[in-house]
Design a protein around this ligand. Structure first.
Ligand code: PHE
Length: 458
């Protein structure tokens, strides 16, 4: 591909500005992963040491791989599979590298299938908050509300379907008209609300307990599988190895600094996860709840806070709206790669592609929503359908995909193309980045995998 072709946007369009890209990618990164998943997996894995390992993964693997992904996307200017293919060809490498992109697209399909179900919970909670059901409620009542919600397949089906329809609607609209319009404005409001919740948590008298739980490392509490969960979550929370960030990279105009953008996105994302943890754990301890409550954690803790704070009624409604918006901007980024793939591969319209892919994902989501009720006991290797989807993506596909991207960029792609795309000098930082991709990422990911299957014992 020559310079002139690369100056052109992808067939799907292009972000209107550098800020729009940063906002969209931050919107993709910040989502249920930060506010819903991070606190509950930190809770399940003993807090401190898990959080430390997660932060290490973000710095050593997450940021370097994010830079690589955006760069590959912009160089290829197509869906992740084709982008990897194009860039591999350009560097005279095997076309098989495209399967790294393909694996990401498949992971996006799997993730969105259950992501939409959980986003549906947030919608349901907007209604519960509006009805004032949290006001003055005890921990037990709040638990019951949660159990009733997940116990009803029809209820979950309704919200999951609604979420998928909205997501399909936006993606069908395209980059400028659909994606950009929706993503604007939502981010600052969400940040403000989270900070407000942290202030509330400060007031519970249990803030110190929350701090200790989140930041005082107890390495005995971190198991090998906890390490894999932290590693996988670093990819999940930054939307890496799912095609999302590579896809958004394909829409980045030339002369945008990929490095600065990546650092900004990763910092914003991490800050929000930590804020969510700081808001949630003091409430958990103040009410004698269990940090290892699992996927219901924020739905069982935050309503308690809303139920007992001044103006809690309205704050609860706004909060679950924000959670929904955060999930929504991520859901869009999950649907975009398979849709772009289908448009390019089958040459059909974006509208049709959105509907077809969306339908398949909706169907797959039924498995997850049933695993909270009727299929609760249908298990494969001890995991129900939802847990299996989550495990297969976050703990297997994403680390593998991340490994593929790191190895491709460091060992297979020609350096001259990297330098041309990143527009950076061959500095110490550049060498460190390459080292992270060439050595740290492969070694770390392999070690963690081997450790989990029990081949190694640390
Ligand atoms: N990063 C998003 C979150 O934290 C989830 C996501 C994963 C979005 C992968 C896109 C791709 O909620």
């Amino acid at each position: 591909m020559d310079m002139t072709t690369r100056e052109l946007p992808s067939i799907h369009g292009q972000w209107s500005s550098r800020w729009m890209f940063i906002l969209a990618a931050t919107g993709a990164a910040v989502g249920l992963g930060n506010i819903w998943k991070f606190p509950y997996i930190a809770g399940e894995n003993g807090g401190g040491a898990f959080v430390l390992f997660y932060l290490l993964c973000i710095i050593l693997l997450g940021i370097p791989i994010m830079i690589a992904e955006i760069m590959l996307g912009r160089r290829g200017r197509q869906n992740p599979e084709n982008s990897m293919w194009t860039v591999a060809k350009e560097s005279d490498r095997s076309p098989l590298w495209r399967f790294v992109g393909g694996l990401g697209i498949l992971a996006a399909v799997f993730i969105l299938s259950y992501y939409s179900v959980i986003a549906g919970w947030a919608m349901n909670y907007i209604v519960l908050a509006l009805r004032g059901l949290f006001e003055g409620a005890s921990a037990q009542t709040i638990n019951q509300l949660f159990d009733t919600m997940v116990g009803s397949p029809y209820n979950l089906l309704f919200w999951h379907s609604l979420m998928m329809v909205f997501t399909i609607g936006v993606v069908a609209g395209g980059v400028e008209k659909g994606l950009e319009r929706t993503i604007r404005y939502l981010f600052p409001v969400m940040l403000l609300l989270l900070v407000m919740l942290v202030f509330y948590a400060l007031d519970t008298g249990y803030f110190a307990n929350g701090l200790v739980f989140l930041f005082a490392p107890n390495f005995a509490a971190l198991s090998p599988s906890g390490m894999l969960t932290a590693l996988g979550h670093a990819f999940f929370t930054l939307s890496l190895a799912t095609g999302s960030i590579m896809m958004y990279g394909a829409y980045v105009p030339r002369h945008v600094s990929i490095v600065t953008a990546s650092i900004f996105i990763a910092c914003a994302d991490t800050l929000i996860a930590l804020l969510a943890g700081l808001a949630i754990f003091p409430i958990v301890f103040a009410h004698g709840l269990q940090p290892e409550a699992g996927p219901g954690l924020i739905f069982q803790t935050l309503p308690l806070a809303f139920g007992h704070m001044p103006y809690g009624h309205i704050i609860g409604v706004i909060f679950f709206f924000m959670l929904l918006f955060a999930a929504f901007t991520s859901a869009i980024s999950l649907l975009e790669p398979p849709v772009a793939w289908m448009v390019e591969r089958l040459n059909i319209s974006r509208q049709w592609a959105s509907i077809i892919v969306g339908f398949v994902i909706w169907l797959l989501g039924l498995g997850s929503l049933l695993s909270f009720n009727l299929w609760e006991n249908v298990r494969f290797m001890g995991l129900n359908f939802f847990e299996l989807m989550d495990y297969a993506t976050a703990n297997v596909m994403l680390p593998l995909g991340g490994l593929g991207i790191a190895v491709f960029t460091a060992w297979a792609m020609r350096n001259e193309f990297i330098l041309d795309e990143l527009e950076v000098p061959k500095s110490v930082l550049f060498k460190l980045w390459k080292f992270a991709l060439a050595c740290i990422a492969p070694v770390a990911i392999t070690l963690v995998f081997l450790n989990v299957v029990g081949i190694l014992e640390f």
